[in-house]
Structure formats: C-alpha cells, structure tokens
Design a protein around this ligand. Structure first.
Ligand SMILES: Cc1cc2nc3c(=O)[nH]c(=O)nc-3n(C[C@H](O)[C@H](O)[C@H](O)COP(=O)(O)O)c2cc1C
Length: 188
C-alpha cells in the first residue's frame, strides 16, 4: 500500500485474529516506531512484546489484582482474564521519563505516542489490523512490576496487532475545515 493511502485511510481495528505476526512484520513495526521524532535524542521509548502464553499470564496477573480490590461478576472476570488474548501480538509501549532542562515530561510521552502511531500506520500498510488501548492495566501495580517497570516508566499504550477479523470500518466524515484554519496575521 502507498504511504499516503495508509496515512489518510488508516482506521483502528479491534476484531483481530491469528496467525502470529511474523518476525519480519515485527521488524517493520519496530523500525517504524524508532523513527518517531525525539527531542534532544533522549530515546525515551521502550517496546515490550507479549505473545503466546505470556498474554494470558499478564492478564491473570491483572485479574488477581482487580479481584483483590472488588468483587467481579463472572462476565467481568472472564473479560479481564482474556483481555490480552484479543490479538496475537500486544506491544506495551513504555516511556522512560528523565529530567531534562529542555524536554518536559509531556514531550517524552508524545515521542512514544508518535512511535505508536507509526506502528499503527505500518500495520495498516502491511494489511494488518491494530488498535491503541490503555485502560486500568496501565496503572496496575502488579502488571507494572511483572513487566519490570520502575517509578519513571509510563505505559503509554497497549498496542494490539493482528489480522483483521472484519472488514475495516468506514472512514469517519471529518471535513478539514472543521479542524484546520489559517491565521492570516491579524490580531484581535
Ligand atoms: C492514548 C489513547 C488511548 C486509548 N485507549 C483506548 C482504550 O483503552 N480502549 C479503546 O477501545 N480505545 C482506546 N483508544 C481509541 C482507539 O485507539 C481508536 O483511536 C478509536 O477506536 C478510534 O478509531 P480510529 O483510530 O479508527 O479513528 C485510545 C486512543 C488513544 C490515542
């Protein structure tokens, strides 16, 4: 697929299935991620892959913490336990924050966000489907500990990647004029 077509027509795809993402597809995803802009070359982004049984293991860890906090209905328990099984590959995108005189925290997280967006576009261009999710797992102490994250690590995305199980949804109608204006130099 042409790059402009991928950039202008990408949609998120939530219904994903196997087969597993190949090593060469993963290489393309991560090469795209590493082309994210990065103020002062801080290299704040890290990407952790979850595949196979590791997805169920981390979902169980999340479930244990959630179940210890509140009574979960059987439906909710099943949903939580199978959360990460919704795609053959889940990429945990992490921003490792550091103090910098010119690069505030938000810019470091934005850099990882740009990496995630590059992966969404690359996945779409390869005919794969992907969706950026966050949710309560982002702040779950047990999940963060299991992934080896420290105090200065921010989970910026759980990027689900797989093969589309449904045709992509139509593009939303978003007239450019609703979002883009020109400032001509006049002040109010
Ligand atoms: C930072 C961030 C977090 C998100 N978290 C979730 C989420 O937890 N669950 C979800 O269904 N969608 C989440 N979304 C939205 C989807 O990734 C997606 O953008 C949305 O479904 C619209 O689809 P589109 O990308 O095709 O326009 C999140 C998006 C962003 C940017």
């Amino acid at each position: 697929m042409d790059a402009i077509e991928a950039l202008t027509e990408r949609v998120s795809i939530a219904q994903l299935t196997g087969p597993d993402i190949t090593a060469s597809q993963k290489e393309i995803l991560f090469k795209a991620a590493l082309r994210a802009p990065d103020h002062a070359f801080m290299r704040p982004s890290r990407y952790i892959t979850l595949e196979g049984d590791a997805r169920a293991r981390l979902s169980e860890i999340f479930y244990s913490q959630q179940a210890g906090r509140e009574v979960l209905s059987p439906e909710k328990a099943k949903k939580v336990k199978t959360m990460l099984l919704r795609a053959p590959l889940v990429v945990v995108a992490v921003t490792h924050l550091e103090e910098h005189p010119k690069v505030p925290r938000d810019e470091q997280i934005l850099s990882t966000g740009a990496g995630v967006q590059n992966m969404l576009n690359a996945a779409f261009a390869m005919g794969l489907g992907a969706i950026w999710r966050t949710g309560a797992m982002v702040d779950c102490h047990a999940v963060r500990k299991a992934l080896g994250l420290g105090k200065y690590d921010v989970i910026t995305a759980f990027l689900y990647v797989g093969h589309p199980n449904k045709s992509p949804k139509p593009l939303p109608d978003m007239p450019l004029s609703d979002y883009v204006t020109e400032w001509t130099g006049e002040t109010s």
